[in-house]
Design a protein around this ligand. Sequence first.
Ligand code: SIN
Ligand code: MN
Length: 256
Amino acid sequence: MKLNNKQLKKINENGYIILSGCFSNKEVNNLRKEMKKVFKEKSEANIIEKSSGVVRTAMGLHLRSKIFNNLTRHPKFFEPASQIIGHNLYIQQTKINIKAAFTGEVWQWHYDFATHFGEDGVPKPLALNLHVYLDDVTEFNGPLFFIPKSHKYGSAPSKLDTVTTNYPLWVVDHKNVKDLVKKNGIVSAHGKAGTVVIFVDKLVHGSAQNMSPMDRAIFSVILNPCDNKQTKFVRPEYKHGRDFKPIKASSNKSLL
Ligand code: SIN
Ligand code: MN
């Protein structure tokens, strides 16, 4: 799945792109079946919500499941990523953020590079975050909010928040969020199951609590150029992959 020049320009200007209809219902159903299995596993890579105790995020999925390993390397992720950040890429992180019906908690305002730099010593903000929606994502079930163009304004100061949720995150303070939103507003990243979303390492984003009766599962892979790999090795492998060999694309049919 190659992106055209207009799409590449959009990512460069806005910091993200939303591509509907990328994966079929059959592929999404197969992924959802596997998701249910990995959520049941007793694993420290399954991080639970602070209040409800249900799974919030299941990490290290390319290490835990064949189909998620294939998805991580899928041409629909690998080809656009290669066009944007080059061909020599390693798998920095894979996960599903479920944001369960009624109980899914917030992801505070942040940009990924603050954590990649602060926790893992990744030198430059080059990594790309690629999502596929495993549920329909609507205005009601906790969609991601993006601040368009927020990657263009240097690095907003960030602070490590270990209190709000069970997932430690380097977050952007409200004053900076207010200033960025004043300039370029907020976009809510809606889409049907099978939609792909791609966004850059310094784009400020977050999502609210899910108080709807619908789950909101999103698979995410972060790919990073091999020559921009982590320099600190404190976090476990399920949070930052340790295989720095360039990946090869899987087959287009590998999810069927
Ligand atoms: C993330 O920023 O990685 C997660 C946000 C979300 O799942 O809503
Ligand atoms: Mn993020």
